[in-house]
Ligand binder design. Structure first.
Ligand code: ADP
Length: 496
């Protein structure tokens, strides 16, 4: 039984964490450990096991053993477990929020958002076991009874990111579990506790059966051998991945070779269109939130705002003022809105993108500086198409503002990307907004809403380079397969 995180967070000396396999915590002293760093001050606040391929294989074996009983467990049993886990997470809100600040640099509002989102998802999936599991179909053969029955896949391997560390980890785990699959979760090395081990603590306390949910952790840059175990095992039937498009593309290639299913929630280049008839103050709020929440490190953050010429000057002036008012600094301080980027690599990438854009002719309307890993919220105008920031997802608090002659022009500028995750349209004319929304090739589009408007039960997901698969109950398509079953009364007649 692992000690809870509360003492770890209160104590100044780092604590060590083992992996959670087959309902038991490994002794961390038995393995190599790596430092789990606070991105704001670089301090080590925990030591986590550098897991190996062998650990992953043991976790897969445990999940495969647990699968038949979990698949067969009655809806009432699963419902009680999910509801109990929701209550435990609710009780632990304060310490998980603190953990998210320390491990991932999340501000208080984003931490609370993630925790509440996860509690809600736990409570929603608790009911899914009672939904119909198939259909009765017509047959052309008299006396033949035909069923299409949904079955879970088996073991699902989850690979989670560090950005929405907590709620994306719950999403990765809960959708497969709710449909009767068992899980091996591999959290990001940047967030092994908040995106993995804390879930194991909660599900253990809720008394999930051993092996149903397992967590394997690994050190920086050492995901490869764990992923090898996933792809090489015949028991792993699906990979549930949330992360960058580059890693997703590589994993999809491997999934093709090993004939495994894969669900991909990848990057985005999410545009917000502001039409001239929009409520400008609302448009400014939606833009500031969409672009800068969690310092721009969410896949659905607004990367570009396309504003119709008639509203552009007033909008930009107000947006710059709002952006300058956002408090930056230590996310452990509740007043902080913009905390640190996750690591130095992220800082260098954001810095390089801004410098590249400026060198190619862009202008900085506000921001552009950093203090340590805290990058000030930045607005770029006049960004030329050759600039990397014009095409690539810049995972930080950097927003491009572009002017459009009219709504048609705005639509074509918004669609000028290989990504297709989220978009928003701010307008005083909802009908026109819906009509334009139909023409944007994205997985999620919000009329009079920010590009980030996800709720736990809704079908989040993307198209094009943003991946495939949908969350909420729509994930039944991803984490079950349909078995055709027939039963014939009387004799069958064959042609030979
Ligand atoms: P980022 O670069 O922002 O961390 P990634 O897409 O690399 O984004 O990370 C998302 C998840 O993918 C993390 O859990 C990370 O450990 C994992 N990952 C990275 N490289 C690999 C790999 N070669 N095989 C499997 N998972 C990987």
């Amino acid at each position: 039984m692992a000690s809870t995180l509360e003492p770890a967070l209160q104590s100044s000396s780092p604590r060590s964490y083992g992996q959670y396999i087959n309902g038991a915590w490994q002794d961390p002293a038995g393995g190599k450990l790596f430092d789990d760093l606070d991105p704001f001050d670089g301090s080590t606040f925990a030591n986590v096991t550098s897991g190996t391929r062998r650990d992953a294989e043991q976790a897969i074996a445990a999940a495969a053993n647990a699968f038949p009983a979990w698949e067969a467990s009655p809806p009432l049993v699963r419902q009680r477990l999910f509801l109990k886990a929701a209550d435990i997470l609710e009780r632990r809100t304060a310490d998980v929020a603190h953990l998210l600040a320390r491990e991932t640099g999340a501000g208080f509002a984003f931490s609370i958002f993630q925790i509440n989102w996860s509690i809600n998802l736990l409570r929603q999936v608790a009911e899914w076991g009672y939904r119909p599991i198939g259909e009765v179909l017509r047959s052309d053969q008299p006396g033949r009874f035909v069923m299409a029955v949904r079955k879970p896949l088996g073991v699902v391997a989850g690979i989670t990111p560090w950005n929405g560390a907590h709620n994306l980890a719950w999403r990765t785990a809960l959708l497969p579990l709710a449909f009767g699959n068992t899980m091996v979760l591999k959290p990001s090395e940047e967030a092994p506790i908040s995106a993995g081990l804390v879930l194991a603590e909660i599900l253990e306390e809720a008394e999930f059966p051993p092996g149903v949910f397992n967590v394997v952790t690994h050190g920086p840059g050492e995901a490869g051998p764990i992923a090898d175990a996933f792809f090489d095992s015949p028991d792993v039937r699906s990979i549930n991945f949330t992360g960058s498009s580059a890693t997703g593309r590589m994993l999809a290639r491997r999934a093709g070779e090993s004939l495994k299913r894969i669900v991909l929630e990848l990057g985005g280049y999410n545009p917000l269109i502001v039409l001239a008839d929009a409520d400008i103050d609302q448009a400014v709020s939606s833009t500031a939130f969409g672009a800068f929440f969690h310092q721009g490190q969410i896949c659905m953050n607004t990367r570009k705002v396309v504003v119709e010429e008639g509203a552009a000057d007033a909008f930009i002036e107000k947006l710059v003022a709002r952006t300058r008012s956002l408090a930056t600094g230590d996310p452990k301080n509740r007043a902080t809105v913009i905390g640190p980027l996750i690591n130095d690599r992220a800082l260098e990438m954001v810095r390089a993108r801004v410098d590249d854009a400026v060198a190619k002719g862009a202008r900085i309307a506000t921001g552009g500086e950093n203090h340590g890993r805290v990058f000030s919220p930045t607005i770029l105008t006049d960004v030329p198409e050759e600039a990397e920031a014009y095409h690539e997802e810049t995972f930080g608090p950097v927003l491009i503002v572009e002017r459009a002659a009219d709504a048609e022009d705005a639509l074509s500028r918004a669609g000028n990307t290989r990504y297709g995750l989220a978009a928003g349209i701010m307008t005083g004319n909802q009908e026109r907004g819906l009509e334009l929304a139909q023409r944007l090739n994205v997985g999620m589009v919000h009329v009079n809403g920010a590009t980030m408007a996800g709720e736990p039960g809704l079908p989040n997901g993307g198209v094009k380079d943003s991946g495939w698969g949908r969350s909420g109950y729509f994930a039944v398509e991803d984490f079950t397969e349909v078995r055709l079953m027939t039963m014939t009364r009387g004799a069958s007649h064959y042609p030979l």
